[in-house]
Design a protein around this ligand. Sequence first.
Ligand code: FAD
Length: 456
Amino acid sequence: NVSVVLFTSDLRLHDHPPLRAAGDGGRQVVPLFVRDRAVDLAGFAAANRLAFLSDCLRDLDAGLRERGGRLVMRSGDVVDQVCRVAAEADADEVHMAAEVSAFARRREERLRPALEAEGRRLHVHDTVTTAVAPGAVTPASADHFAVFTPYFRQWSAQHLRDTLAAPRAVRVPDGVGSERLPARGDVQGVSEGLASGGEREGRDRLTAWLGGGVAAYEDRHDDLAGDATSRLSPHLHFGTLSPVELVHRARLAGTPGAEAFVRQLAWRDFHRQVLAARPGAATADYRTKHDRWRSARSAREDIEAWKEGRTGYPVIDAGMRQLRHEGWMHNRARLLTACFLAKTLYVDWRIGARHFLDLLVDGDLANNQLNWQWVAGTGTDTRPNRVLNPITQAKRHDPDGVYVRRWVPELEGVEAPSVHEPWKLQGLDRATLDYPDPIIDLPDGLARFRQARERG
Ligand code: FAD
């Protein structure tokens, strides 16, 4: 009577259906995390996420130890390792959370028969990594929603399961060995300002958010300098927080801010149901195909300037530097920097998405790729040809230039609104500024984009 719980992107003890089901009836449980070699081979093991993951694993282990258990850590091929641990523990069941990527599906497809061949069963649980499971709501004539608004209407009407308490005790059988848990200090190349991971950290942040910032979220979520969003995205990515619990607790708050926050959580589920139905959308254009992007070679210098935050557009450069420094970027800045690359520079969104995934601590296949597609006009945006102007946007969302000056110290002495258009400064002010001229004129970028789209 032993179960294995395979933790993947659900690194928590609270509101965890697989752990609850595994321990039912006093069964012994082996909590297992496998550092899957395939994740490294696919190039997804970015330093910032590995560092955050190390915090999460250590915190999960600490939480399990408080309950009489411990975390078992292995590395290698995930299917081999799960089978091996199940055999060592003589487990008859393995429980895990459902996930949507092609990679996660293949894992499940390989794991199930491998376990069954040894007389063990795999149980895959919904609503661990989403509030509403992909496929739980569908339009009348399709297998998934391609437009957010009707999805959100049905999503909002769904009855969510109750939140589950963390188990009081976890009984782990003897004799199952574990590798040493990784530590943040083992990882090279981590962003200086990277946030800390772990369930405790996530829960503290959530409680503080719901007791404070969320009230002003509706009005302030686009305020670049105010940093008035929850910053819960890495916790949602690693599953140190449960989306179901977040929705329940935010709804209890009941304010317009909390409702606007819940709507963003629905966006997360929306992208997941798209990816679940169309796993290829992680790399292939989802709705509108575009193949006229400039070649990576001819756009090389522009791409480098964009990555390094020296395009000459202060708000773009601020966003890109925040990304490098924190492994995180404000949503409005993500929209502006992505739009600038895909539409103004007319560079393939996949190049930008890859760079984001290399740095983002919340870097997430569904959210990242499908938001990039949305911005690039190949995805679910119902107005795919809109182009955000970085100057008007900067004046609106960073009116005093505080965000820009925070990340672009070369502009420290420049006041708003000039700080958003430093090339317009005159005389000495301009001559002494150690900041590049714009790499492209916005009207030129817009004309190229429109022409290319007209030609289809
Ligand atoms: P809040 O504003 O506090 O929102 C709460 C939560 O809602 C977020 O943590 C997130 O889980 C979810 N959410 C918010 N906005 C979106 C959205 N547009 N789509 C899906 N879910 C959303 N988010 C990621 O989690 N991982 C990514 O890799 C990622 N890449 C992005 C790339 C681009 C080009 C763009 C435009 C957006 C991307 N986003 C991504 C969505 C969004 O920018 C982040 O989720 C958000 O900035 C995280 O900050 P927060 O936790 O303070 O968000």
